[in-house]
Design a protein around this ligand. Sequence first.
Ligand code: 0O2
Length: 212
Amino acid sequence: MDNFVKFQDDVDSWKSLMLMYNSALKEIQTKMDILNEEFQHIHRYNPIEYIKARIKTPESIVKKLKKNGYESTIPNMVEYVNDIAGIRLVCSFTSDIYRLAEMIRKQADLALLSVKDYISNPKESGYKSYHMLVTVPIYLSDGKRDMKVEIQIRTIAMEFWASLEHRILYKFEGNAPEYISRELRECASIVSMLDDRMLYLDEEIRKLEGEF
Ligand code: 0O2
């Protein structure tokens, strides 16, 4: 019976926690939609092409805790798993990424905990993305909670690459055949080149538009 009560308590804490992470995700999603709409209104241009939001699956939370040597407990997941609530902003150009990061930094009610700039410092695999870990306040019936949300910002080309690489990572559990890893690294440099050239084109078009 005691075990059942404990289990029930854990289920209740889990459900409350997921509700809080979901609320945090909604708050951030709304903030990003507003930024995008306002930017469109002023500059006639959307820095965000699309947004993906997700709550990490219980399996993935447990796997991450285990990988980092922590027991699967609710306090550990809150403390050590930073991307339970994750939102991804997908942009056309690399310049949009830094523009968005700056706009996010300026939001007074978001606290910036850390930044990982895998664009200036890509991973060995070729992974590029800009990660910001923030806390966002959510207001419940009994008060305020600051919830962690990971914001990933990347271009459409980086997203294309990362999605395939993620599948490969899972499939081979980090031990992909050398020719696949090599091919991926080559694709990563093609992605970087494509991003640079598309940005160049965009800037040139803007200059020409300015002339007319
Ligand atoms: P999954 O399966 O996507 O959930 P930290 O959160 O700071 O304690 P972590 O997790 O290394 O440590 O932080 P980081 O580097 O910001 O990574 C967070 C998430 O970014 C990862 O979550 C991935 O979703 C994504 N990511 C990071 N590195 C790579 C990479 O090399 N390739 C791809 N495709 N995605 C990456 P998870 O939990 O690792 O994985």
